[in-house]
Design a protein around this ligand. Structure first.
Ligand SMILES: [Mn+2]
Length: 472
């Protein structure tokens, strides 16, 4: 019964909207209706006693924006009130109602507000948040993969083991089923994970370089002759935002349909197909499930690619995201042929001598504070250049310092190219390191945080030491 009444209220609302709109076009010629008046919707009460008519009005241009001025609005409301009797009679006649609902006229502020926001967004040139779509099931994902013939996979920038391993594993499985598939990359693959490329990677220039090449020689496209136009499916891997595939964004949007497979909390389901599972330790776990569901045999190469993703994202099964499921999948990958020692040798025992030399220099600056509960080390530009190392190779130093027995907090500070100071902070058990990072204009998590300070290195190091002495 109740549902039925709702239904009737909704339907009467629709009918009234149609009638009033009709009358605005034909009969309602009051001078109060300046600008373009229209009915956005009508909400009729369940018992049919009254109905609220929400109206919108584009101004005549006297106001600053498209919106009607207050004067124009009140003139319109007066005109509606004057015409109320006429409108009600027409509704009664056309709908054959015994009791015609009383009418209230209101401006639809939501619509006007929306229009104003749209305008601001346009003026600021802000990228719009696309509408969210439903999450997909593994079955829907495999159906979509099955339906596509040409598939291009996009790992995120600053490639890591999970984004590359997941991309390659899916690519190999899709090729196994006869699909035209490749992994699109426009940057150098880190040396220690390059061995899982397995012939899947197609290198492209970044957007700018491609556009330049096309301008200078329109005949000779820089796409290496590969098909990136009008292909069936673009897959975004281990990331939710196309902002992290900037150099390949245009190629991604060339896909007829889009898909996202990821495990990051921040990722929103805005693609045609979305498999975003934050309970997965690595995207590789999801890929494993998809390939199993596809019925493709898990080859040694597929299992190795996925395994690299899982060990790197779980910090070799040490981080808190390490789950029983991750270990079970890893066990199955070993059964499928993964050689764990060989993989570890490639991924972890593959350090450039220059990185070791840099670490050596940094470790020599190490200073214990707060009775050994804190450790601080730093890197100058001279140290970096002296070792022949590169900035990225400072990764892992803060963790290494935290590894010292009795240390609760480690801080690694380094001089940037433009004379600022970057800090990487880690804690072990109890110290909220994000709090400390905030004091230096940064932030992060409870156990791992960072900051960038405008102050020179020496000053920051002194301040950090003082802060640790006081709070540790
Ligand atoms: Mn990942």
């Amino acid at each position: 019964m109740r549902n039925n009444r709702h239904y009737r209220g909704g339907r009467i609302g629709e009918e009234i909207k149609r009638i009033v709109s009709d009358m605005l076009l034909r009969e309602l010629k009051d001078p109060g209706f300046t600008g373009l008046v229209s009915v956005s919707y009508v909400k009729a009460s369940d018992d049919g006693a009254f109905a609220t008519v929400y109206i919108t009005m584009l101004g005549t241009g006297q106001g600053a924006s498209q919106d009607a001025t207050d004067d124009e609005k009140s003139a319109a409301l007066t005109a509606f009130d004057k015409a109320k009797g006429l409108i009600r009679r027409e509704i009664g006649r056309r709908l054959g109602l015994r009791h015609t609902p009383d009418l209230r006229f209101k401006f639809d502020e939501s619509e006007e507000y929306g229009r104003r926001i749209e305008k601001i967004i346009d003026e600021l040139g802000i990228e719009r948040t696309p509408m969210e779509k439903p999450m997909s099931t593994t079955l829907q994902i495999t159906d979509a993969l099955h339906a596509a013939e040409t598939i291009r996979i996009f790992p995120h920038e600053n490639m890591d083991g999970d984004t590359l391993g997941s991309s390659v594993a899916l690519c190999l499985a899709l090729r196994e089923t006869g699909k035209d598939c490749s992994v699109i990359v426009n940057e150098k693959i880190p040396d220690n994970i390059a061995f899982i490329e397995y012939g899947c990677v197609e290198r492209v220039d970044s957007n700018d370089m491609r556009q330049e090449a096309e301008l200078s020689d329109p005949e000779e496209s820089a796409y290496n002759g590969a098909t990136y136009e009008g292909y069936d499916l673009a897959v975004l891997m281990d990331v939710g935002e196309t902002a992290r595939i900037t150099g390949r964004k245009d190629l991604f949007s060339n896909g007829f349909r889009t898909m996202c497979i990821d495990h990051h909390v921040s990722s929103r389901p805005v693609y045609d197909y979305n498999l975003i599972d934050i309970s997965a330790s690595a995207t590789g776990e999801l890929i494993y499930g998809i390939i199993r569901a596809m019925g493709v045999r898990i080859s040694v190469q597929i299992s190795t690619a996925i395994y690299v993703g899982i060990i790197t994202d779980t910090g070799r099964f040490q981080y808190s995201n390490t789950t029983a499921r991750a270990l079970k999948i890893a066990a199955e990958l070993l059964e499928a042929g993964v050689q764990p020692n060989e993989v570890s040798t490639e991924v972890y025992q593959n350090v450039r001598i220059e990185k070791m030399l840099l670490e050596n220099a940094v470790m020599s600056t190490m200073e214990m504070v707060a009775n050994g509960k804190g450790v601080v080390a730093y890197m100058t530009r001279d140290m970096l250049e002296g070792a022949g190392s590169i900035e990225e190779e400072t990764e892992g130093i803060a963790e290494k310092l935290r590894g010292i027995r009795g240390v609760e907090v480690s801080v690694f500070a380094r001089e940037t190219e433009d004379g600022r100071t970057k800090g990487s902070l880690r804690s072990k058990h109890y110290y909220d390191i994000a709090q400390l990072a905030t004091r230096f204009g940064g932030g992060g998590h409870v156990r791992a945080a960072g900051f960038t300070s405008e102050k020179p290195l020496a000053e920051v190091v002194a301040e950090v030491k003082k802060a640790l002495e006081e709070t540790l």
